[in-house]
Design a protein. Structure first.
Lengths: 293, 340
């Protein structure tokens, strides 16, 4: 595989990371809330898709019609009845509750589905590709993933900037107390934001399941990739999240290429090191405003 | 300390009683190998004491210094691989190497702080986790550390000691680590540093305004916790037959369980980790081999506690009857009450 092809595959992989990171970026942007169970929720959604496809005998893409609304509802209720109680000036309760929830989800999946790796079979789209040059081929499915990430991020950006609900989101983000004085129910805003975050991570989880085999223990690494995309792009910027995801994807793909050729660091490690470099030299991220970390 | 008609005291009747009880308990525990020849208590206690040591250190960071780390497994792993390198590969005495392993962890924790301290709250938590992953992957990739292989301490490093002596020394080390960790937290809280820490925790801006050097205070606590966690990691290896990078750097084993223990017992109190580790021991005794259920049960209890009783079992105890087992809180005592 050539360097150019590795870079192209990295951009496509970055679409998946951006999709994972969207929910993290949104909930941090609106309510400064960091959900450490985010990666485990993605894997949970992938397992729900496995069960849905088995029970209803449908394609994984059709299972999205079940899994995404289900996860969105779960997000709404979880925010309303659990996460809301942890929001405050002290970040500790939110960290403890979401981290604990992630560990419980991970082990419950292990108990129910066993440690065997699973996969979602989406048919011929998984292997179909377009050949651009002699050594660059673009898979239809990775392209669809990147396209979905862009559509989701554009839709969210439009929601935030153009709609009444988006205005309420932004007002609550800037100053929840004043927003409340203006008649905005901030608890309901938070629940809606978490519903969107769960829905997008469900989408990401099912796409992960179609792309590769997965097991119950993979949630944490998905969380870390999503978090790295958010920090590289800049906290609280949805466009930054897209770019952050793509930069991380390219770093991992090129890192794997280095590993194959020179037996050096693995691609994942390369991505982590890029994240640390951003943290050291540009802590506000590529698109972040100064002093928001 | 005096001021007019009042005196500042940290002692309470319970803390004096506590000191006597803890003293007696300590003597009993230290002589355990004498009166427990079958090791029915000694074997499970090593694990419990190791978890108490880790829990006190995590609580020192998260409960008092506002440093909620999900990367402490990195210092456990560094301790494990330091012991393997120093004792197994270099032939240094294994028990001296436990102290050296702590030093290695302390030194390496300083560059980690340079990166991680740029992040706050939840992002600090995930940032430390990423750094722990980086260290784990580097250990796996390293040819000399061979983190991908199963490695163990052999006759090379342990040959000078009999099996019985090794079991007893491992137990005493675990006891020293657990008691030492508790003592460190008590001493830090009684010191000026501890006063600064709690001021920072309650209001960072206010503490800064009063002249507390927030960064320096946090760094000191961070390095102390890394030293102790690293030394505990070395004892974890002494207590288990073998290790590989994935088990030595396990976030579930060395950080998640520890967090659950502290949350159940009570974050931000010295007694909390002791109560939490008792619950952990009790639940572990009920479960045979089911590792998964241990995480599901303790995790669920911890999440419920964090939502409904954020101060843990110790907080519930306080609500029922306010007692203070460790002399760490400053109170004003009228002079008349003072015993002559």
């Amino acid at each position: 595989m050539s360097w150019a092809n590795a870079a192209v595959q990295g951009v496509l992989l970055g679409g998946l990371f951006a999709l994972v990171a969207t929910g993290l970026s949104l909930s941090f942007g609106v309510m400064r809330f960091v959900n450490l169970a985010h990666g485990d929720l993605a894997i949970l959604a992938a397992y729900l898709a496995v069960s849905t496809t088995t029970i209803l005998d449908v394609n994984p893409f059709v299972s999205l019609l079940v899994v995404v609304p289900l996860m969105a509802a779960a997000g709404y209720l979880t925010q309303r009845y659990v996460f809301d109680r942890t929001i405050g000036p002290d970040p500790l309760p939110a960290i403890l509750v979401t981290f604990g929830l992630g560990v419980v989800i991970q082990n419950a999946l292990l108990q129910h589905y066993s440690a065997d790796s699973q996969g979602l079979d989406a048919g011929s789209i998984e292997t179909a590709s377009i050949r651009l040059t002699d050594d660059i081929a673009v898979g239809w499915f990775p392209l669809l993933t990147l396209g979905t990430a862009v559509v989701v991020l554009v839709a969210l950006q439009l929601l935030l900037s153009r709609t009444r609900a988006g205005r309420a989101f932004r007002a609550t983000s800037d100053d929840p107390d004043t927003a409340r004085l203006m008649g905005i129910d901030d608890r309901r805003i938070y629940a809606r934001v978490m519903a969107i975050a769960f829905a997008t991570v469900a989408l990401a989880g099912v796409f992960i399941g179609i792309r590769q085999t997965f097991g119950p223990a993979e949630g944490p690494s998905i969380l870390l990739f999503g978090f790295e995309a958010v920090v590289i792009g800049g906290l609280g910027s949805l466009w930054g999240t897209l770019v952050g995801g793509i930069v991380l994807g390219v770093a991992q793909a090129l890192g794997n290429q280095v590993d194959v050729r020179y037996d050096l660091l693995s691609g994942v490690l390369f991505g982590h090191l890029l994240f640390l470099a951003v943290l050291a030299f540009r802590p506000q991220g590529l698109f972040g405003r100064q002093g928001r970390a | 300390m005096t001021c007019g008609a009042h005196r500042i005291s940290r002692r309470t009747p319970e803390s004096t009683a506590g000191l006597v009880v803890f003293g007696a308990l300590l003597v009993a525990l230290a002589t355990l190998p004498e009166w427990d020849p079958d090791r029915t208590l000694q074997v499970p206690l090593v694990t419990v004491l190791i978890y108490l040591s880790l829990a006190q250190m995590w609580n020192l960071l998260a409960g008092f210094a506002g440093l909620v780390s999900i990367g402490q497994q990195m210092f456990v792993g560094i301790g494990v691989y330091s012991l393997l390198t120093l004792a197994e590969d270099r032939g240094i005495d294994p028990y001296l190497s436990v102290v050296l392993a702590g030093l290695v962890a302390a030194v390496l924790s300083i560059p980690v702080a340079l990166f991680a301290f740029r992040l706050k709250g939840g992002y600090f938590a995930i940032g430390t986790w990423v750094i722990a992953e980086v260290v784990r992957l580097l250990v796996i990739e390293s040819d000399s550390l061979a983190g991908g292989d199963v490695r163990s301490l052999t006759r090379n490093s342990l040959g000078a000691y009999s099996r019985e002596a090794r079991d007893d020394i491992t137990y005493w080390l675990a006891l020293a680590l657990a008691v030492g960790a508790t003592a460190i937290v008590v001493l830090v809280l009684r010191s000026r540093l501890g006063l600064g820490l709690r001021a920072v925790r309650d209001s960072e801006g206010g503490a800064r305004g009063l002249g507390v050097d927030v960064g320096r205070t946090r760094l000191i606590v961070w390095v102390v916790a890394a030293f102790w966690t690293g030394a505990t990691g070395a004892v974890i290896l002494l207590n288990s037959p073998s290790a590989r990078a994935d088990s030595a750097f396990s976030v579930l084993r060395w950080t998640a369980l520890v967090i659950f223990i502290v949350v159940i017992g009570g974050v931000g109190s010295t007694t909390g980790p002791i109560l939490g580790v008792a619950v952990f021991w009790f639940i572990d005794e009920q479960l045979a081999e089911a590792d998964t259920w241990r995480f599901i049960i303790l995790g669920t209890v911890a999440v419920v506690m964090a939502v409904l009783a954020p101060k843990g079992l110790y907080g519930l105890l306080q609500r029922w009857r306010p007692v203070q087992f460790f002399p760490v809180r400053r109170r004003l005592v009228p002079r008349a009450e003072e015993p002559a």
